[in-house]
Structures are given as structure tokens and as C-alpha cells.
Design a protein around this ligand. Structure first.
Ligand code: PEP
Ligand code: MG
Length: 589
């Protein structure tokens, strides 16, 4: 069992190998003992020192994140410190010690259990993380009381792979950044605070690993592939050699390709593909060179909302959008309106519990029902529009009615802004995400009412194939290379071309070089990908004749099975990487 490789969910890419250190595993059983009358004062003193130690630790994390990532991300630790400073909670623990004559560990655990029970009784999606915000700082106190082996690991200086029950901000910052090789966790949403921090810090992270902690012991060697979402336990010498070899090749290749990343993505026979980046926050702008991209193809604004404790104001949003537009210096920036719900619940926005959130209240549905939310966002966007090349993208569109309604709101907001004396760009194109089967089936009609379309393959695949994108039980079935997806992509590209509208693909699928070539062959004029894939994808386009890309697209369209599509992509890979590499593309392989 120990040599097994298990598949989880990829949260942050990268390869890491090293000894595991289990953190914040909830203690199985907190030791408890009685405290005598004379022992009470020293016990209270022990508690005070542990609270102080926990606060100092949280402050260290706050400072680290502020300097490495930014003030906004550090805020969560400020919140946790405030929780610790709440005199009522401390009083409750002290009273338990004094009245029940029990040790501090037992009293702190009592408080944590009360928090978790109270929060657990409340209805709503946000309670899990909300409860964690209250209990995590007190777990730090418990850690300090138990003086768990953190001391040893901190002084050893060893680099480790952190393993935890849940991917939280505490886990990702458990040690200094350069001591953390990777993070693996039993649970943790792709969009949780922990996941966002993990990505920002560039730590390979994998979640969705049930019973992980039960399989681990401190120091066990594991190999983590953050891109594939896999973890290998106790790799043997050969596995380690292969892994290190692969990592060295990836790094070497990345460095070589980066040299040429500013070159445009144009095939040798002159067909250009616009390659933009997907970003989730302003700080993501620092993860790539502006010259390497043709703009921002998707700014997921929900992160501006997810990473805070209340709705951002119009002014705050305006400043953020303006910063992105100014930074991109006239290159197109596609900003998507709020796409919460489904797998992205807002911690401060209580929505009814849904049995099937992916098919529930999310995306544009929320914006159209909670109009003031949309109006505030559109006001901020339109005010920012004079500072760059803005395009607005609407998520999860399922009908023409939704497009028409949004246009009406958009026109009203624009009119009011102009009346109020604000300057607004003359042209702000509005496009839609195609990521739901009904939008796919209506594409020929919808496209006439919008300025452009962007295909969200992440969702389109899950809805088309009826496979939850975040459910590890069915992850093998989640395959963008299903022939149905290829047919869908073809239909969308054709409809857009006939209507003379631009159409991009901004789901993860486009970040794979061979898939990008296939999309080019299908007739897409634009893709938007995670910044880290820019050099590879642009290189692939520069290596491939457009005629060949079209030939591969035709083959993929003729496929009846997933395997046949896989074969086409493999043929593209062979074609890409087996030909001699020209000087101006860089020596690779
Ligand atoms: C998609 O669905 O492909 C997409 C780009 O949007 P998100 O991943 O944010 O749902
Ligand atoms: Mg989507």
C-alpha cells in the first residue's frame, strides 16, 4: 500500500518530494487531569503563556504573508489574532479551569467544541470556514500547550511536505515559505483561503485525499505532483530518480522557453492565435511578464469578494479594476462579473443549503436576482473603463433572456453614470461565457446579441458529461477529451466565425499545448490560460503549421471515443516535440 500513488485534486501546480510533517491534525484525545487549588494560579499562567505564544506565531505568519503576498492575504491572521484577544473567550476558558479544576488543554478543547457545535447548528454554506476562523486560533493555543513537535521541526531546519486534515491558511504558513516543499490535505476547496494562499506562494498543493493522515507517519517520504493532483507514498529509489529527472527537465524547459515567451503565437504559415491570461487577483499580475501576453482573457472577480469579510464597495472595486486595466497598458482585459455559488460560496453571504449547488443558485442568476450587487459591480467597471481596454464577460449564461436583462441593467447603469458626470468609455464590449449545455445549443442565436464569447470548458465539461468537476469519485470520467466536448467546441467556433465574432477558450483545457493547437485547428482565434503555461503554449503554436492543426482538428472531430481523441492529441505532441527545434524557438526537450 505504501508505494501506492493516490489521486486527489490539484490546487496548486509543481513537483515536490520530501519527508512529510503532519500538522494541525486535530489531537485524537486531549490529555486531561485535575488541578489542585494551589495548582490553579500556575495553570492560569500556563494558559496565558500559551495564548501569548499562539499570538506571536500568528503575528509571524501575518508578517510573512504581508511581505510575501500582500496585506489583503495577511488579513486572515489579523482576524485570527482578534479572535484570540476576545476577553469573553479567554474568560470562559479561565472559568472552566477554576470552576472545574481541570487543566488548560481540557478547558481550551471545551471552548473549541462549543464553537464548532454552535456553528455546526447554523444553516448555510459558509459555516464550515466561519467555524474554522474561530477555532483555528484556539487550536494554535492548544498546540502551544501541548508543545507538539513543531519545536523539533522548526529547529531542525529540514524542508518538509506538510500534511493536514484541511488546507487552511494556518497550514500553508506553518513554516517559513522556503521550508515548505508542498502541502497535501484530506479536504479543502479549490477556492478556500488556504488554496488561494498556496497558489500565491507557489507551493504545490493537492487536496481531496480521504484518510490521508491515517496512512502517514512523521517523516514518511512522499512525492507530490501538484499539476496532476497525485501523491506517491514511500517512493522507491527508481521513482525518486524518475521524479527528480522529470522536475529537472520541467525546470530546464521552462527556463529555455521563457526566453522566447514574448514572441507572438503565430504558426510558421502565418496564422495568429491570441494568447491571454486567466487571473484571480491584482497580485497575479506579478506572476508573469506583461509582454508575454496579449491581455487578460479572464479576471475571475469572485476572488475579490471571496478573500474578504464583506462585500467590496464600488470605490474599492473601481480602484482594483483600474489597477488591472492600467497595468495591462491598453491590452484587452476581460473582466467577468461575479460568479459565486456552486463551489465558490461567499463566507459572508448566507445562501440556503442546496442539495445540488452546481445546478443551483450561482453565476448570473445571483447577479440578476440581487441586482444591486450587479449594479455596483457594473458601475465600478464602467467607471474604470476609461483607464484601459475593458471587456465585460457574463458567467453561467443559460438563456437569451439573461443576456437581454443584463444589457438593460448595463444601459441603465451607463446612463446614470453619464448623468452623474462620470466619464465612461464609448465602447465596452459585453460577451458571454459558454459553459452550460443550453448556451451551447443556443449559440447561433445568442452570438448575435453579444460582442464575443468565451468557452468555459471547466464547467462545460462537467455539465455536458454530467461529471462533478470537484468530485474525486468521478474524476476519471471528467475528461475534456471526450468526443462530445470536441463536437461542442467545434459548433461554438463555427457559430462565432459565421457571425464574425471573436471566440476564446478560457477553461483549463486550453493550457495544454497540444489542446491549444487543436483549438487553433478548430478555428478559435483566442485562448486564455494560466500565466505559467504561456511559454509552452506559445511555443507550440509557433512550431505547428496551421494546415496541420486543421488536419488534427478534423481527425478529432471524426473520433467516436475518448481514446481516439487522446490519440490525436498524442500525435500532436509527437509532431511538436519530435521535430528538430529551430534556434529562434529555443533548444528544448
Ligand atoms: C470555466 O468554467 O471553464 C471557467 C473558466 O470558469 P470557472 O473555472 O471560474 O468556473
Ligand atoms: Mg465556469
Amino acid at each position: 500500500m505504501h508505494h501506492r500513488t493516490v489521486k486527489g485534486t490539484s490546487v496548486s501546480p509543481g513537483l515536490a518530494i520530501g519527508p512529510v510533517h503532519v500538522v494541525l491534525a486535530r489531537p485524537e484525545k486531549v490529555p486531561e487531569w485535575s488541578v489542585s487549588q494551589v495548582g490553579l494560579a500556575p495553570e492560569l499562567q500556563r494558559l496565558a503563556e500559551a495564548v501569548q505564544a499562539a499570538d506571536a506565531d500568528l503575528e509571524r505568519r501575518q508578517i510573512q504573508i504581508r511581505s510575501e503576498v500582500g496585506e489583503k492575504d495577511a488579513e486572515i491572521f489579523a482576524v485570527h489574532r482578534t479572535v484570540l484577544q476576545d476577553p469573553r473567550a479567554l474568560k470562559e476558558v479561565e472559568s472552566t479551569i477554576v470552576e472545574q479544576r481541570v487543566n488548560a488543554e481540557k478547558a481550551v478543547m471545551g471552548l473549541i467544541e462549543r464553537f464548532e457545535k454552535t456553528m455546526g447548528r447554523l444553516e448555510g454554506n459558509y459555516n464550515r470556514s466561519y467555524a474554522a476562523d474561530f477555532s483555528d486560533p484556539w487550536y494554535c493555543v492548544l498546540d502551544a500547550l501541548l508543545r507538539r513537535d513543531r519545536q523539533a521541526i522548526v529547529s531542525s531546519g529540514e524542508k518538509v511536505i506538510l500534511a493536514a486534515a484541511e488546507l487552511t491558511p494556518q497550514v500553508v504558513t506553518y513554516l517559513e515559505r522556503d521550508r515548505i516543499l508542498g502541502v497535501i490535505a484530506e479536504v479543502g476547496g479549490r477556492f478556500s483561503h488556504g488554496a488561494v494562499l498556496g497558489r500565491s506562494l507557489g507551493v504545490p498543493c493537492v487536496v481531496g485525499l480521504p484518510n490521508l493522515l491515517a496512512r502517514l507517519e512523521q517523516g514518511l517520504l512522499v512525492a507530490v505532483d501538484g499539476s496532476q493532483g497525485t501523491v506517491q507514498f514511500r517512493p522507491e529509489k527508481k521513482d525518486i530518480d524518475d521524479f527528480l529527472d522529470r522536475r529537472a527537465k520541467v525546470e530546464e524547459r521552462r527556463a529555455a522557453l521563457k526566453e522566447f515567451a514574448a514572441e507572438p503565437a503565430v504558426t510558421p504559415d502565418g496564422q495568429a492565435l491570441t494568447v491571454r491570461v486567466n487571473i484571480e487577483s491584482v497580485r497575479d499580475l506579478d506572476t508573469f511578464e506583461i509582454e508575454h501576453t496579449d491581455g487578460v482573457g479572464l479576471l475571475r472577480t469572485e476572488f475579490l469578494y471571496l478573500e474578504r469579510s464583506q462585500f467590496p464597495s464600488e470605490e474599492e472595486q473601481f480602484r482594483l479594476y483600474r489597477r488591472v486595466l492600467e497595468r495591462m497598458n491598453g491590452k484587452p482585459v476581460l473582466i467577468r462579473t461575479l460568479d459565486i455559488g456552486g463551489d465558490k460560496p461567499l463566507p459572508y453571504f448566507t445562501t440556503p443549503k442546496e442539495t445540488n449547488p452546481a445546478l443551483g443558485w450561482r453565476g448570473i442568476r445571483i447577479s440578476l436576482e440581487w441586482r444591486d450587487l450587479l449594479q455596483v459591480q457594473l458601475r465600478a467597471l464602467l467607471r474604470a473603463s476609461v483607464h484601459g481596454n475593458l471587456r465585460i464577460l457574463l458567467p453561467m449564461v443559460t438563456s437569451l433572456e439573461e443576456v437581454t436583462m443584463t444589457h438593460e441593467i448595463f444601459d441603465d447603469v451607463r446612463r446614470l453614470l453619464v448623468e452623474q458626470g462620470y466619464e465612461v468609455a464609448m465602447e465596452v464590449p459585453v460577451g458571454i461565457m459558454i459553459e452550460v449545455p443550453s448556451a451551447l445549443m443556443m449559440i447561433e442565436k445568442l452570438i448575435d446579441h453579444v460582442d464575443f464569447a468565451a468557452v468555459g470548458t471547466n464547467d462545460l465539461v462537467q455539465y455536458l458529461l454530467a461529471v462533478d468537476r470537484d468530485n474525486s469519485l468521478v474524476s476519471k470520467l471528467y475528461d475534456p477529451q471526450h468526443p462530445a466536448v470536441i463536437q461542442a467546441l467545434d459548433r461554438i467556433a463555427q457559430a462565432a466565425r459565421r457571425a464574425g465574432k471573436s471566440c476564446s477558450v478560457c477553461g483549463e483545457f486550453a493550457g495544454d499545448p497540444a489542446s491549444a493547437v487543436l483549438l487553433l485547428g478548430l478555428g478559435y482565434d483566442s485562448i486564455s490560460i494560466s500565466p505559467q503555461f504561456l511559454p509552452d503554449v506559445k511555443f507550440a503554436v509557433r512550431m505547428m503549421e496551421f494546415g496541420h492543426a486543421q488536419k488534427y482538428a478534423k481527425q478529432a472531430l471524426g473520433a467516436s471515443t475518448v481514446n481516439e481523441v487522446h490519440d490525436v492529441l498524442d500525435a500532436i505532441r509527437t509532431d511538436l516535440y519530435d521535430q528538430p527545434l529551430s534556434e529562434d524557438c529555443g533548444a528544448l526537450k
